[in-house]
Design a protein around this ligand. Structure first.
Ligand SMILES: Cc1cc2nc3c(=O)[nH]c(=O)nc-3n(C[C@H](O)[C@H](O)[C@H](O)COP(=O)(O)OP(=O)(O)OC[C@H]3O[C@@H](n4cnc5c(N)ncnc54)[C@H](O)[C@@H]3O)c2cc1C
Length: 400
């Protein structure tokens, strides 16, 4: 047997022996995603045991360097690892902004001490991170952030506010942008900081949405002390780090919403819905317009999936995502919205239920997933902003 075949055999037998039976075949189930940290509830009873076992082997982030707790797998081994996870249709043991955003950024910009601490905590799922970028007057114009950080001895003193902080109430640490020099061009006076959410003076207020859920928070800082050693990269060098992290964020959003992996064994949910709500005639979906839209959708999804997989493979092999990730972000999120609109056409009014009798649980769930998809073209930077980036930084078109 070749070394790679040996590797496959050992991954396969280890997963067969250790992966919890209750999550096999459930790669599609978003309720099984485990975000780790000290405040997140367990999504299923064996989630923590499974996480610890996988972390021990470095398989929560298999392609990160072994010296910081990753699996140290090369491109081929990583591919095999993913194939073996897919074979049992296993959801990953850990997800979150640690793995997808701040981890790769710390690997790029962190000191040795920072990498040892933060990467180790991330791969073991000990810490859940949130993102402190947006402020009431800094969304698309992100460089306009006003949260102030002033030096006092070995610390910074923070005052200001963040908004739309996803799951700030469940996070243990925040990565954030602060203004350290108000007297220069706005991009130049920004520093990237790492903050323990338990620090005195941090107040998290969940924003209650019309749905009754609170996925977003406002976070207020009043005289919050942050050690200067928590600066990532250099003081006033935060804009470069912010943009690098956005490359990872946009890749993650494109992958999560646009590039879904379709397990071979499971029935395609769109086909299942068409079978149930439209029906088949002569072995085909009875509505020819829907049939045509579904075929187009499947072709678009397959092409996009191959594209983002190629991009992800390149990132795992050391490529640093740049402005081209805006292309994936726009296409992937708009593809997801089109997919949801098509599901709506298939289900018709059955997809418009919010609560109460008369709707099946799957229909109520789909309504929420459809509404959630509206946020895809805002989060991580709106589509308009991505198009500006593509025009200027990818195509090199003139600014004016
Ligand atoms: C689901 C979700 C999760 C989020 N999670 C987080 C999080 O965890 N942390 C965080 O920091 N933020 C988060 N955000 C906030 C997100 O980053 C901002 O909503 C986004 O950057 C847009 O900023 P804004 O809402 O202030 O809109 P604005 O910047 O006020 O934009 C309003 C409209 O004007 C358009 N516009 C603005 N400027 C231009 C321009 N120059 N050219 C063309 N059009 C323009 C925009 O495209 C948009 O349509 C999240 C948002 C969503 C929807």
């Amino acid at each position: 047997m070749s070394e790679l075949e040996d590797f496959r055999a050992s991954v396969r037998s280890w997963l067969e022996e250790n992966a919890p039976k209750s999550i096999r075949g459930k790669v599609r189930d978003p309720a099984l995603a485990y975000w780790g940290g000290r405040k997140t509830p367990l999504p299923f009873p064996e989630a923590k045991v499974w996480l610890d076992m996988m972390a021990e082997k470095g398989w929560t982030v298999p392609f990160w360097p072994k010296e910081y707790g990753g699996g140290g797998l090369n491109k081929e081994e990583n591919k095999i690892f993913n194939q073996e996870m897919a074979r049992l249709e296993l959801p990953p043991p850990l997800t979150g902004f640690g793995i997808t955003m701040i981890g790769p950024t710390v690997l790029q910009y962190g000191t040795e001490e920072q990498k040892k601490k933060y990467i180790g905590e991330i791969v073991r799922g000990e810490v859940r991170w949130c993102q402190g970028y947006s402020e009431p007057n800094a969304g698309s114009d992100l460089a306009n952030i006003q949260t102030k950080a002033v030096v006092d001895g070995d610390d910074y003193i923070l005052n200001g506010q963040k908004i739309w902080t996803s799951y700030g109430d469940l996070a243990d640490w925040m990565f954030l942008l602060v203004r350290t020099d108000p007297g220069v061009k706005k991009q130049v006076g920004i520093t990237f900081l790492l903050l323990d959410m338990e620090t005195k003076g941090v107040e998290v207020r969940p924003i209650k949405l019309i749905s009754g859920n609170s996925p977003f928070c406002e976070v207020f800082f009043e005289d919050v002390r942050v050690p200067q050693k928590n600066v990532l990269n250099r003081v006033n060098g935060g804009w470069e780090v912010a943009k690098a992290l956005l490359g990872h964020e946009r890749t993650m959003i494109a992958n999560a919403f646009g590039g879904r992996v379709a397990p071979e064994k499971a029935e395609n949910p769109m086909e299942a819905a068409a079978r149930k709500y439209i029906g088949f005639r002569d072995g085909k979906i009875a509505d020819s317009v829907i049939r045509d839209r579904m075929a187009q959708n499947q072709m678009d999804e397959s092409c996009f999936l191959l594209t983002v997989q190629r991009n992800s493979d390149n990132i795992k092999a050391g490529h640093r995502p740049g402005p081209e990730t805006s292309i994936f972000k726009v296409y992937g999120t708009e593809l997801n919205q089109r997919r949801m609109e098509l599901m709506l056409s298939i289900l018709g009014p059955e997809c418009l239920g919010w609560e109460g009798e008369g709707f099946e649980q799957g229909e109520l769930d789909l309504c929420r997933v459809w509404l959630r998809s509206r946020g895809n073209t805002l989060e991580g930077g709106t589509s308009e902003i991505q198009l500006n980036i593509i025009a200027k930084q990818v195509l090199g078109l003139p600014d004016k």
